[in-house]
Each structure stands twice: as C-alpha cells, then as structure tokens.
Design a protein around this ligand. Structure first.
Ligand code: NAD
Ligand code: MG
Length: 293
C-alpha cells in the first residue's frame, strides 16, 4: 500500500491576501479547498442515519455533510440565505451519493429559526440521529476595545445561543444511539489576541459539550467536540483574520501547512458512528500537530 506523507498529501494552500464579505463563499476562495467532492470515500458507517449539519454549505460543514452522505446518511444542511450557491454544490453531492438532501437557510441570531430548523429537519428526514453544531462567525478585532458591543453580541448570539437553541430543540427527538458533535477550535485553548470574543465562544462550546456529555450519556446519547486547527475555509478571508495572516495562512502549524476541510471529515464520521460507542465528553483535536490539553 502506498504511504502518503501528511505534509504533502493535499495540494498546498498558499493564499495571497484576499477579502470577502461576511459570511464568505467557498466558490470564491483562492486557491479552492478540498471539501471531499472528489476525494472522500465512504464505507457505509452511517447507513440509514439522519443528520443535521449546521453551516453545511461550505468549509468543514460541507466536508462533513458530503462525507456523511457517502457513509449512507440522509443529510439536512443549515446556512445563511446568501450562501445558496455553496449550498447547491453540497446538496448535489449528497444526492449524487444516493442520499436525501434537505436545505434550510436562515440566521442563527433568530431564535425562532433555530427551533424551526430542528422541527423542519426532523419532519423532512423522518427523525434525527446526528446533530453537528458547526455554524459560527469569526470576525477579528485589533484588541478588546475594538470589539463593539454589537459585534460581541452577534458573535455570542450565533456561536453560543445558536448552538444552545438548536441542541435544546433537537433533544426532544434524539434516541439512544444518537450523537451530538460540537465544533470547537484550537482557539479554545490558545486564544489569539485578535479573536478574543470568538475564542471565548469556542471555549464555551467545548465546555458545554463536556458537561452535556455527562448528562446525556445516561440517555444513551453521546456528545463530543472536534477542535480544528487552521483550516482553509471562507471563514478566514471574510474578516476572520487580518490580511497579513491570510498570506501564509496555516504555515505556523507544526505540520507546516493549513488543513483542508476534508481532513476533518473522518473525525466527525468517527464521533457520529458506532465506532466511537465508548467515547463521550471527548474533544478530538485536528490541529496539524499543535498539542491540545
Ligand atoms: P465556513 O465559513 O465555511 O463555515 C461557517 C458557517 O457558519 C458558514 O458557512 C455559515 O453557514 C454559518 N454561519 C455563520 N454565521 C451564521 C449565522 N448568523 N446564521 C447561521 N449560520 C451562520 O467556515 P469553517 O471554517 O468551515 O467553519 C466551520 C466551523 O469550524 C466553525 O464553527 C468554526 O468556528 C470552526 N473552526 C474553523 C477553523 C478554521 O481554521 N477554518 C478552525 C477552528 C474551528
Ligand atoms: Mg458558508
């Protein structure tokens, strides 16, 4: 069997400075990142399962949605209405995998949408077995004083309130064997001075997933988190980083490069499937070699 060097297995991401409006589009990333369309191979590990992936239009969420479909799951994705072009590509990939795809655009700052998203997903899928809490916003600021109250509020509303509301609504439908996966970050442990509000929400989600795991395992529901390192997605050039950090993005990781979204897919598939039946309250770091506590 061929050995693949992890430093070079995927095309090197070496972006020039570039800016997109928030929330950013995968289609406008230069270079394009690998979300698994032509690389992820499934092995029936989620056959017959029903999954909801928030932020499933692009980046890590898109890679997870496509991988889940190739593992045999029907998948509903949530995203902002202005991301429809990215969502269309993911919906097509799910359908080409022979699975059902459902799309529910909306804004996580809207409490009613969070609850309706779950109800409509359950209705369309005919139940819910896997919830991937992946949607988040990340907008950089020079320092704490540069974060307006409105910006702080919006980041907390999307990242903490949004995840909380969707998870709470989903609990009414999750049966023993179900899995909830939060998307934390290396920022939960090593916060960047330019991402104080965002990093705080990622630490909060990591903590929530651990507390919730202890509570829900008694109901046969497993809760875990994935903590990505620097991954090349539209989150970064759409005000997620200052321009000087876009150039050479990810090269500070011990592996020497940024990750591609598809390199996260296996972690989510593992945590969603029965292969991780004894794993709850865990945070799986996918960081390119930066140690996590
Ligand atoms: P992404 O931009 O592709 O995905 C984030 C998604 O969040 C968007 O596609 C959007 O649909 C959703 N979103 C943002 N604001 C929203 C709102 N107001 N309402 C509803 N949905 C909204 O970027 P990504 O990097 O794939 O991010 C996915 C997750 O991975 C996020 O939770 C992010 O914090 C986390 N993460 C990313 C990195 C990285 O380096 N890219 C590192 C660590 C953690
Ligand atoms: Mg997107």
């Amino acid at each position: 069997m061929t050995l693949n060097d992890p430093r070079t297995i995927y095309p090197t991401v070496n972006p020039q400075k570039q800016k997109q409006d928030e929330p950013g589009l995968d289609q406008e990333l230069a270079p394009q990142s690998d979300i698994g369309v032509s690389s992820y191979v499934g092995h029936d590990r989620l056959k017959g399962r029903k999954a909801l992936v928030t932020g499933g239009d692009s980046g890590i969420g898109a890679a997870v949605a496509i991988a889940f479909a190739r593992e045999g799951a029907d998948v509903a994705i949530a995203y902002l209405p202005e991301e429809q072009v990215d969502a269309d590509r993911v919906i097509k990939a799910i359908e080409e995998a022979g699975q059902q795809a459902f799309a529910f655009p909306g804004d996580f700052t809207d409490a009613d949408y969070c609850r309706k998203l779950v109800e409509e997903s359950v209705g369309a899928l005919g139940g819910l077995d896997i919830l991937v809490n992946n949607a988040s916003r990340q907008v950089w600021s020079e320092d704490l004083e540069a974060i307006s109250d409105e910006e702080f509020d919006k980041t907390v509303k999307v990242n903490l309130y949004g995840n909380f509301r969707v998870t709470k609504a989903a609990l009414a439908h999750l049966k023993p064997g179900s899995s909830i996966i939060f998307t934390s970050s290396i920022q939960a442990y090593n916060p960047s001075p330019t991402l104080l509000d965002y990093a705080m929400t990622k630490a909060g989600l990591n903590n929530l997933s651990k507390g919730l795991a202890t509570s829900l395992i008694e109901r046969g529901i497993r809760v875990n988190s994935v903590a990505p390192g620097p991954i090349w997605t539209p989150l970064q050039p759409s005000h997620g980083q200052p321009q000087e950090k876009i150039e050479g993005f990810g090269t500070h990781a011990p592996i020497g490069r940024a990750g591609h979204p598809v390199e996260l897919a296996g972690a989510y598939v593992y945590l969603a499937s029965d292969e991780s039946s004894y794993v709850a309250g865990e945070t799986l770091g996918v960081t390119g070699g930066t140690p996590t506590p």
